[in-house]
Design a protein around this ligand. Structure first.
Ligand code: HEM
Length: 481
């Protein structure tokens, strides 16, 4: 990888840049800036602007372990990279870093983000079309009103677990719970199994000592789901993937179920937390919503512009030497889509304070052939879930000083860790019974289907537990038992 020349180049060796000079931000080898560590995690937006001032629309950066990459900051350059798959591959095996020994695949924390997997994210061309065709068929089979009905049911049930208390912690109890329940239901998990999967999948993200066990549990659940859907297909994503003419193997189906669950959950939860933070901290934002100047879907769009759930999207790899944003990109170089930086690029958004909620041209779902296929579902979950929350608890207010809110940050995203709120206590509304699942179609082989094997979630007692109602078990999980 070359270090950028031209007028944006850092100071000559030996020269001391004057205070305030953008060259001060180069804190790593080769004039590159670390996109990890305290500086990057405390104020990522500030860092992107410094990088833009120093290097223009494409900047040399370092990932964990000082792994070199280019961060694309410009709006047009991001679109360009995402829309030219023959020049910029999505297949990480193109990266020269595997051969040069720049990374240790056995230990690097980057592997979950930049390692190769047998799914549509890591594929180009016809293979990408084959896998993505099955994914989009699985997602597009649901009409929006049907998805909204499920979200409505889950949102009411989740709110019922805390509405009598007069207080709640919205991230744990609402914005993470509703997307995970909705997605696991759309995948085809039974309401019976969903709460434990929710618990394990959320734990997987938190990098706790039980994360590995949780990952194993999620995979076990998905393997079991694939076996069940072979025998008893239903109106769900797992069955659609299995039946798709692209002929996915069971392993490919499992990987794509995991991809959908994980790609959809964290981002949608993040979006809902960001919208709710704006509602309870920004009187103008709340006033526009209450006064009808901005609808809830528009509020969601505004937050997608300002705080993309995924700030940096990994990755693209150059198939050959090329020039981008004035930088010389070498074959095999790694590029990262700077979605948050692109959304505030002054060439398309001269004043970031001007509302843009009518406009969907942001980069938060990326662009090109890999553009998020679940964006409509993500938008509906956020919109419908928050609508129900605000309708049921219209007096919801922040329970702590705004300055005490904190974030968990990485190179890729920033998550609000907690959003404590208060409201007047109210009685629960929904009844305790889940809506019945659609009846399964008759079995094709005529043989009875064995009952699902009981599986224990990490940290819970092994073996079957006494059957508590779905709602009781959900309550326990949301209260951390
Ligand atoms: C607000 C919520 C969401 C955001 C911000 C978001 C954002 C993204 C982004 C930035 C990408 C990467 C595209 C690229 O590599 O260029 C992506 C890919 C993907 N997303 Fe989403 N996503 C969201 C919700 C969802 C949901 C709900 C689902 C599924 C139900 C989903 C499924 C996927 C899949 C399968 C891919 C891989 C597509 C491919 O590589 O062809 N996402 N998403």
């Amino acid at each position: 990888m070359t270090v950028p020349p031209t007028e944006h180049a850092p100071a000559q060796p030996g020269a001391v840049p004057p205070p305030g000079c953008p060259a001060h931000i180069a804190d790593g080898p080769g004039g590159a800036t670390r996109l990890y560590g305290p500086a990057a995690e405390t104020d990522p937006m500030g860092l992107y602007e410094k990088l833009r001032a120093a290097h223009g629309p494409v900047a040399p950066v370092l990932l964990d372990g000082d792994v070199r990459a280019w961060l694309v900051l410009g709006y047009l350059e991001n679109r360009d990279v995402a829309s030219r798959p023959t020049q910029f591959s999505r297949d990480p095996r193109v990266w020269h870093g595997w051969r040069s020994g720049e990374i240790d695949p056995a230990t690097s924390p980057l592997i979950p983000m930049i390692g190769w997997r047998p799914d549509c994210v890591c594929a180009d061309g016809e293979e990408h079309q084959r896998l993505r065709g099955a994914v989009t068929a699985g997602l597009d089979q649901f009409d929006h009103r049907g998805v909204r009905r499920h979200i409505t049911r889950f949102a009411h049930q989740v709110i019922d677990t805390f509405c009598e208390n007069g207080e709640a912690e919205l991230v744990e109890q609402f914005t993470e719970a509703v997307p995970m329940l909705t997605l696991s239901h759309l995948l085809g998990m039974s309401d019976e199994d969903a709460p434990r999967l929710v618990h394990a999948a959320r734990d997987l993200f938190k990098a706790t000592e039980t994360s590995l066990a949780s990952n194993a549990y999620v995979l076990e659940c998905l393997e079991k789901l694939v076996a069940e859907k072979h025998a008893r297909p239903g109106h769900d994503i797992a069955s659609a993937l299995l039946a798709h003419p692209a002929g996915l193997t069971d392993e490919e189906v499992q990987h794509h179920l995991r991809l959908i669950l994980l790609a959809g959950y964290e981002t949608t939860a993040n979006l809902m937390s960001n919208v709710m933070r704006m509602v309870v901290t920004d009187p103008r934002f709340r006033g526009s919503l209450a006064g009808g100047q901005m609808t809830l879907p528009e509020a969601v769009e505004q937050v997608l512009w300002d705080e993309p759930p995924l700030m940096v999207c990994p990755g693209r790899w150059a198939n050959g030497d090329t020039t981008l944003g004035g930088q010389q990109i070498k074959a095999g170089d790694m590029l990262l889509l700077g979605l948050a930086a692109g959304n505030v690029d002054r060439t398309i958004r001269p004043d970031s304070a001007t509302p843009v909620h009518h406009n969907r041209a942001h980069l938060s779902f990326s662009a090109g052939t890999h553009e998020c296929p679940g964006q409509d579902i993500g938008r509906i979950i956020a919109d419908a879930g928050i609508d129900i929350l605000l309708t049921r608890l219209p007096d919801i207010a922040l329970a702590v000083p705004e300055e005490s809110l904190s974030w968990r940050s990485s190179t890729w995203a920033r998550h609000l860790t907690a959003l404590p709120v208060t409201f007047a206590p109210r009685p629960p509304q929904s009844d305790d019974l889940p809506a019945p699942l659609p009846a399964p179609p008759p079995q094709s082989n005529g043989r009875p289907v064995p009952p699902p094997r009981p599986v224990s979630a990490p940290g819970t007692a092994r073996g079957p537990e006494p059957r508590a109602s779905w709602m009781t078990r959900l309550r326990r999980l949301l209260r951390g038992r």
